[in-house]
Design a binder for this molecule. Structure first.
Ligand SMILES: [Zn+2]
Length: 252
């Protein structure tokens, strides 16, 4: 059984990833349904600490992942790309190392002060689109839609992959300010995000249209997909400038 000491050991080993933007995967189906990978993938890991029997992983944007190992949970740190058998709960992959969480445990996302501060869950059934819309309207309207969709206080659960894919499906440029979009357009993007992400729970590897396809042809119009950092945390936005026009993207 993991005691306090082994948690402090785990926290120490995980320090190698602090400061890195990590790729996040949840191979185990019971972990995958939590939508954590979508929320955390591509964020910088800012701090790791053991508090009581919890390991708290602080990510940029005020998101904190709480991991409680219970009886059999175990963190390992390996070199990136190490081969392994089985399905770990969570993989945090940095440039050279990856941290792997094995076996059932408590995994939940908290706000920065330990209390959930998140907007309505995009995966909710039913999803509370009206509250999401209200929060999108309560934030400064010069904010770009691509940036706002990743703000977990407005809508919880849309990660970098699905903001790109949903905006592409909706033919809306991530660079358009919220104030330029009408309620129908915002609700349309939220509904597409919800439907694409629900479908991905059942079919884990759907084809990607723009995400990580920079420089390749848009499957709709043949234009070249672009990418550029966006928002306070400079997370990479992917879009087709030919069929998602508007806003002020950075010069290519
Ligand atoms: Zn296109």
């Amino acid at each position: 059984m993991p005691e306090g000491d082994s948690l402090h050991c785990a926290a120490r080993r995980l320090q190698v990833l602090v400061g890195e933007r990590v790729e996040v995967e949840t191979p185990h189906p019971r972990a995958a349904v939590k939508g954590l990978a979508a929320r955390l993938d591509g964020r910088r890991l800012e701090r790791v600490e053991a508090v009581g029997k919890n390991l708290l992983l602080h990510f940029e944007g005020g998101l904190v992942l709480r991991s409680h190992l219970r009886m059999h949970g175990r963190w390992r740190v390996e070199r990136r790309g190490a081969t392994r058998a089985g399905q770990p709960w969570l993989v945090l992959r940095g440039a050279e190392s990856e941290a792997v969480l094995w076996n059932g445990s408590v995994l939940e996302l908290l706000g920065s002060r330990g209390a959930p501060r998140l907007g309505p869950d995009i995966l909710g059934e039913p999803a509370d689109f009206e509250t999401m819309l209200a929060r999108l309207r309560a934030t400064p309207q010069e904010r770009e839609i691509g940036d706002a969709l990743l703000d977990q206080r407005l809508v919880a659960g849309i990660g970098n992959l699905w903001r790109g894919e949903a905006l592409w499906e909706a033919r809306i440029s991530p660079w358009r300010p919220l104030g330029e979009l009408d309620d129908g357009e915002l609700l349309g993007v939220l509904d597409l995000s919800h439907r694409l992400m629900r479908a991905a729970l059942e079919r884990p590897r759907p084809p990607r249209r723009v995400y990580r396809r920079s420089g390749r042809a848009c499957p709709r119009c043949g234009g070249l997909v672009r990418s550029a950092p966006q928002g306070e945390h400079a997370r990479t936005a992917y879009w087709c400038p030919n069929c998602q026009v508007g806003g002020t993207p950075p010069p290519s």
